[in-house]
Design a protein around this ligand. Structure first.
Ligand code: UD1
Length: 327
């Protein structure tokens, strides 16, 4: 019988790609999502799908009860901005939701959990590229809840009162982008925001001077790392950065997107606006640990990844975005 993996947030951008990869490698995939930012149409038809919320323990139980061998816990409130405007929701989804998932893993003795942590746990790092040993001082409420959830996951695995071995791994993901990324959600990922702006002919807004940097990592590379970790005993108890080690400024991102649409900052409305709370400055990952431990290497470079994402976005916009806007 096929092993069963549960993906929380399985209708979202990252979760749905993981589902595709897991199905291709022979797993039975169960996806769970509350569709707050995900879409049921993202879920691979070969996956079992439940509309359910990680904040609701009873809903989780219905899914766990059917048997789960491994969990990819991706579901989360992902917006830094919304973590400030609605901190209780951020706390409930990211921390209480994670505690609910952990509690079900303990109840049903699920031996493997992989968790979606975030580079926002670092806040303003002392040193870049950022190593996993950097002190964690998140500067956004979102970074705090991701940090707390990550610690809950790892502290649970270390509990000496468990009567089964609980293998956990976390990925502190940097800026994941790619096909299926949100294009019309102002609170989700700057690459999708800029592409969405261009598709709708809206001005681009750059916060601060645009010289802040991000480490953009393509979803295909991210998904490959998760699968490698699932199958590696070396990943037990580990926290890995997931980026490329190459920084790009937000101005450079804007130029890349504008150029793909045959525009430039000279002939397209680009506004500069103040920096928002919790915004980080220069973020780039030291990926030596994940390279060494999992033999993982990012393969999709920035230019190629952005080209692929923009091509997908243009096609997607012509078919579905208009429906999404009205729902
Ligand atoms: C992002 C994700 C976060 C994830 C983290 C690591 C969002 C909202 N945040 O954080 O969930 O954990 O990466 O993967 O998805 N910017 C503009 N104009 C815009 C939008 C953004 O200039 O219209 C700037 C921001 O001010 C920021 C940078 O672009 O400096 C990146 O923004 P964004 O992708 O939204 O969030 P991160 O803080 O990088």
């Amino acid at each position: 019988m096929k092993k069963r993996v549960l993906i929380t947030g399985g209708a979202g951008f990252i979760g749905s790609h993981l589902a595709d990869k897991l199905l291709a490698s022979g797993w039975h995939v169960v996806c769970l999502d509350n569709e707050s930012t995900g879409f049921a149409y993202n879920v691979n038809p070969q996956a079992e799908y439940y509309k359910a919320d990680v904040r609701n323990s009873a809903e989780l139980d219905k899914v766990f009860r059917k048997g789960v061998d491994a969990v990819f816990h991706i579901a989360g409130q992902t917006s830094t901005i919304l973590s400030f405007t609605d901190p209780k929701n951020d706390l409930e989804v990211n921390v209480h939701g994670t505690l609910n998932v952990l509690s079900k893993c303990l109840q049903y003795k699920v031996s493997r959990l992989l968790f979606a942590s975030s580079m926002t746990t670092y806040g303003f790092p002392e040193k870049v590229p950022i190593h996993e040993n950097e002190i964690l001082k998140p500067v956004s409420y979102y970074g705090i809840t991701k940090y707390a959830a990550e610690r809950y996951v790892h502290a649970t695995a270390l509990r000496n009162d468990l009567d089964f071995k609980f293998f956990v791994t976390s990925f502190r993901m940097f800026n994941v982008y790619g096909e299926r990324q949100g294009l019309n959600n102002p609170y989700q990922g700057v690459a999708g925001i800029f592409i969405g702006n261009l598709l709708r002919g809206e001005p681009i807004t750059i916060h601060s001077d645009g010289e802040q940097t991000r480490d953009f990592v393509h979803i295909e590379d991210v998904a490959r790392a998760w699968i490698l970790a699932l199958n590696s005993s070396e990943a037990d108890g580990r926290v890995f950065n997931l980026g490329t080690g190459v920084p790009h400024s937000i101005n450079r991102l804007a130029d890349t997107v504008l150029e793909a649409f045959g525009k430039s900052r000279k002939d397209y409305p680009v506004r500069y606006a103040p920096l928002r709370p919790g915004d980080q400055k220069n973020m780039v990952a030291d990926i030596s640990l994940v390279r060494k431990t999992l033999g993982w290497e990012p393969k999709v470079n920035f230019n190629e990844g952005m080209k692929r994402t923009i091509q997908w976005a243009i096609k997607h916009d012509a078919t579905t975005v208009k429906t999404e806007k009205t729902t």
